[in-house]
Design a protein around this ligand. Structure first.
Ligand code: SAM
Length: 329
């Protein structure tokens, strides 16, 4: 890792490396690398033979493929030359023991086996757990919003912003601090989060321009129109079909020349380096949140099928992509 990396970027690289080691360790512990060396297999075949949950096996295989440890041909996964050399236990150059040794030193590495074997479907997070998550990610808005203003000049205009799945309202707050002409409405389903967001906004004296509603965005009808709709780290909570329905309904809340801003950690299929997106998806799945990291082409499909027109895409900080869309004419 380059020592020149600074601040937030450096931290993202550390997290990325940690997640990668964690995911490889899971494959070593569960014997998946060994199985695939002997029998190139589809994820379904692998899950059935080793008796693991298909959703996790599928995500694991795709993650390891994106990071260059597996290959996929005719729907079957197999080891790359590198993993055959170093991660296949019978190889004379096996080095997996170095990764596995962390298992004994660091508790979060333990107990993946259970998650892979449990047959139960994923429970969703409790309100308290979601609050802990949004508290953790809220500070990122401070780094992202200045970038957002340079990428999306319309944010400097008179804006009426709807923040869908707003969490603690950190994006609305940071946006209002940059442009006092912004009016914001945040919607979140968790009462405890909305209450905390209202307190935060009040403590900053922004209660006149930022309001919140507690509501489920999947069953929510709002007649008001906004010239900007923001969705930060929200699409990942739902599958592609639910997202298409959600976006279709939201399209009626956007003014004709308004903008949809999506901030998500996307899987970039073209990059050859380890991917924070897929690794983060793997982590979320192992930690029981039924999250779904998308590729850019999946986001484009969602937009097309919900009356939006894709305008631009840019990775703006490590692990967060900006997608801008407008209503299709
Ligand atoms: C990962 S957090 C992102 C928070 C914020 N947008 C950010 O980026 O800091 C996802 C948020 O979406 C909210 N959420 C999830 N499902 C929702 C639903 N069906 N209706 C409304 N909010 C929802 C959660 O409560 C949580 O606050």
């Amino acid at each position: 890792m380059s020592v020149k990396l600074k601040g937030v970027e450096h931290l993202f690289h550390l997290i990325e490396d940690f997640l990668e080691v964690w995911t490889i360790n899971t494959g070593l512990k569960l014997g998946i690398f060994d199985f695939l060396k002997e029998h190139p297999a589809s994820s379904t075949h692998l899950a059935e033979n080793l008796n693991y949950r298909i959703e996790l096996i599928q995500t694991w295989c795709d993650t390891m493929r994106a990071c260059g440890y597996l290959e996929k041909k005719d729907n079957k996964y197999s080891l790359t030359r590198w993993s055959k050399n170093f991660l296949w236990r019978k190889s004379t150059t096996y080095l997996g023991f170095i990764i596995q040794s962390i298992d004994t030193l660091y508790p979060p590495f333990i107990s993946h086996d259970d998650r892979f074997r449990r047959v139960k479907t994923f429970p969703s997070y409790s309100s308290q757990h979601m609050l802990d998550i949004v508290k953790t990610i809220a500070p990122i808005a401070k780094y992202v919003v200045p970038q957002l203003f340079s990428e999306a000049p319309f944010l400097k205009d008179d804006l009426n912003v709807l923040d869908v799945g707003c969490g603690l309202g950190s994006y609305l707050i940071a946006m209002a601090e940059q442009n006092p002409r912004i009016q914001g409405l945040g919607v979140d389903k968790e009462r405890i989060i909305v209450q905390r967001a209202e307190e935060l906004v009040k403590s900053k004296g922004l209660q006149e321009c930022i309001k919140f509603i507690q509501a489920d965005i999947l069953n929510f009808n709002l007649s008001e129109k906004f010239n900007c709709i923001l969705m930060s780290n929200v699409l990942q909570a739902f599958n592609i079909h639910t997202n298409i329905q959600l976006l279709s309904r939201l399209s009626s809340n956007l003014t004709e020349d308004g903008y949809l801003i999506i901030l998500e950690c996307l899987i970039d299929e073209s990059r050859a380096t380890p991917k924070y997106g897929v690794l983060f998806n793997m982590y979320l799945r192992m930690e029981s949140l039924n999250a779904q990291t998308s590729t850019l082409s999946e986001i484009k499909t969602m937009l097309e099928r919900s009356s939006f027109c894709f305008r631009s895409h840019k990775p703006i900080v490590p692990g967060l992509d900006l997608v801008i869309a407008q209503l299709a004419k």
